[in-house]
Design a protein around this ligand. Structure first.
Ligand SMILES: *Cc1c(COP(=O)(O)O)cnc(C)c1O
Length: 235
């Protein structure tokens, strides 16, 4: 039976190949092991196999896993799911990056709570590139203005953009959205907004991370390919 270690190695090999194809260095790509719904022992197994970045989409789950995982040297959590303003205080000191900022109001609350905790929070702006109704995230048109407003806040640091591509049968269909997010990042950088240097592109999941890496992803969020399918049975 394949272990989490085997799965991680397989994903790493695929990243390596995609980087070769695109003329990139694998060091440019951070693999975030998306551990939502998975028990602690699986995160520990992934850690043993070299995983350091863990992705979770629920504040409550980060808080409960943090006690153990936060103790492991170098291990960090990324918040990748929708964040309610009333939960910011609970997670502010437990995550390395918040990938899902999609309003100025949320950015302001994160800024305030980061100041209170005495830290500067790295954030990404979530963009709904494919304009799917069911998804969070702002439109491409709004991203520049939101970045500009966020740049005025001292306790957050906008590092780049994030998107969740549609669920598709053929992952090639998502290449257009990854290209679009990359271009958006380049365009915003070209505006030379004070204190803004956007380098992070968080895009690509189990089904399409290879394409995302080919198109310039710096952070890929992979769950199923590492930990297996999620069972939402009674959750
Ligand atoms: C669950 C989740 C992932 C990982 O999805 P897989 O298809 O299991 O790799 C990535 N990004 C976000 C925002 C998620 O919620």
């Amino acid at each position: 039976m394949n272990t989490i270690r085997d799965h991680l190695n397989e994903v790493r090999e695929n990243i390596q190949k995609a980087c070769e194809k695109a003329g990139r260095s694998p060091q440019e790509v951070t693999l975030i092991a998306v551990s939502k719904t998975k028990p602690l022992f699986m995160l520990e197994e992934a850690y043993e196999a070299g995983a350091r970045d863990f992705g979770e989409n629920k504040v409550q789950e980060i808080c409960s896993k943090y006690e153990r995982i936060g103790e492991l040297p170098g291990a960090v959590f990324h918040l990748i799911g929708h964040l309610q303003t009333n939960k910011v205080r609970q997670v502010i000191d437990k995550v390395a990056m918040i990938h899902s900022v999609d309003s100025l109001h949320l950015a302001q609350v994160i800024d305030k709570e980061a100041a209170r905790a005495g830290l500067i929070m790295d954030i990404l702006i979530e963009v709904n590139v494919a304009e799917e109704e069911s998804k969070f995230g702002i439109s491409c048109d709004e991203a520049g203005d939101l970045v500009r407003e966020c740049a005025k806040l001292h306790n957050i640091h906008v590092c780049g953009l994030m998107t969740i591509a549609p669920f598709v049968e053929n992952c090639e269909e998502n290449r257009q959205y990854f290209k679009k997010l990359k271009q958006l990042c380049v365009d915003i950088n070209a505006k030379n907004i004070d204190n803004i240097n956007m380098d992070v592109l968080s895009m690509g999941m189990t089904n399409d991370y290879v394409i995302a890496v080919e198109e310039g992803a710096t952070h890929i969020r992979v769950g199923t390919a590492i930990f297996g399918h999620r069972d939402y049975g009674n959750a």
